[in-house]
Design a protein around this ligand. Structure first.
Ligand SMILES: C=C(O[C@H]1C=CC=C(C(=O)O)[C@@H]1O)C(=O)O
Length: 347
């Protein structure tokens, strides 16, 4: 039985599972749990598939890997840019988002905060939502992303194609990244970046340096590069290093999450600002997910470009980093462009 058939059966029977594909590999992995028990994730020496929310005061879960199978898939890139950027733009949603951006810019200018990530959610009704078809679309559209489908009958179903690694650890060495700044891809992989985007991404790199320098060895930063994520471009710095001891995994995850790519700076103040002012519940968007201590590897990603599904209702989540130089209309358009990366696989 192939993995897509396993997904269909697990969904019908209501048993928890996740299927995922790491960036630029052809292995699709399925992890299934035998019972519908909902296990809380509290112990970082545990082994399984972690699904954690943005707010670490809320419950995070771990799937027990009772069934694990891996299958090679042929991903034929079939990316089609089907959604018109100007379609489905709701005026009230735009006004409300721009007001939140303006308020965040004012807060940044008058307090010690230097960056706040402001996001929003969008509900869509999809007739006869076909899990397999949409997951296949995601797999074929975003070859260099971490593509996943996660389901637990007591929590719900989530899917996404994220460009952002939170943490990879193997044999004592780790990799993370500083990813921020967005512009539309217009055929040029070496475009000019504005000062706002360069500063916004540098803030993420500085945060990683500040937080990890005393906890790890051999902390190294690559040069900043432009990377493509669907129809978007981001700025990325690769970060590598060595753990001082195995049990530092918990410490490092807690130091990194939520990074300023999805929260802000300083971390706790921006998080408080978001929880008080964003006006909706982020849930697992901007949380993290992935395998923990399986085959001596941990591979966690930040939950971006994602959506939850309940019956035929899809709820998608998008945001962007706000600094003192943010322009509210440009920030709105950035969220519209990000929502397009999701809508393109839904239709
Ligand atoms: C918060 C999101 O993106 C983050 C990752 C890359 C670029 C970002 C930006 O340009 O603002 C965000 O920091 C999102 O996609 O919802």
């Amino acid at each position: 039985m192939n993995i897509l058939e396993k997904i269909k059966i697990a969904e019908q029977e209501g048993t928890p599972f996740v299927a995922y594909k790491s960036p630029n590999v052809s292995d699709l992995t399925f992890i299934g749990q035998n019972t519908d028990e909902l296990y809380l994730f509290t112990d970082f020496s545990d082994s399984g598939y972690v699904f954690a929310p943005f707010d670490n005061n809320e419950d995070a879960y771990i799937l027990k890997p009772d069934i694990v199978c891996v299958q090679k898939i042929e991903s034929t890139p079939v990316f089609k840019d089907k959604v018109d950027l100007n379609s489905n733009v709701d005026e009230n949603t735009q006004i409300s988002h721009q007001q939140k951006v303006t308020a965040a810019v004012n807060t940044i200018k008058t307090t010690g905060l230097s960056k706040i990530v402001i996001s929003r959610k969008e509900d869509l009704l999809i007739d006869d939502f076909d899990t397999i078809r949409i997951f296949n679309n995601l797999l074929n559209s975003y070859i260099n992303a971490y593509v996943y489908l996660w389901y637990h009958p007591k929590v719900g179903m989530w899917m996404g194609a994220t460009p952002e690694t939170l943490l990879n650890v193997e044999k004592g060495f780790f990799k993370t990244m500083s990813l921020a700044g967005t512009q539309a891809y217009k055929g040029d992989l070496h475009p000019k970046w504005g000062a706002k985007e360069l500063e916004e991404q540098q803030m993420v790199s500085d945060f990683i340096k500040q937080n990890l320098k005393n906890t790890v060895n051999d902390l190294c930063f690559s040069e900043v590069k432009t990377v493509k994520a669907g129809t978007l471009l981001h700025l990325k710095t690769k970060v590598t290093g060595a753990l001082k001891k195995d049990k530092d995994l918990e410490k490092i995850i807690k130091l990194l999450h939520p990074t300023p790519a999805v929260c802000g700076l300083p971390k706790e103040d921006s998080k408080t600002y978001i929880l008080e002012n964003e006006g909706y519940h982020r849930s697992f968007y901007t949380g993290y997910l992935g395998v923990l201590n399986m085959n001596k590897k941990t591979s966690l990603f930040v939950n971006l470009r994602c959506f939850s599904i309940k019956n035929n209702k899809v709820c998608l989540y998008v945001g962007g980093g706000i600094t003192k130089d943010s322009n509210p209309e440009k920030e709105w358009l950035e969220t519209v462009a990000k929502s397009k990366t999701i809508k393109n696989v839904l239709i």
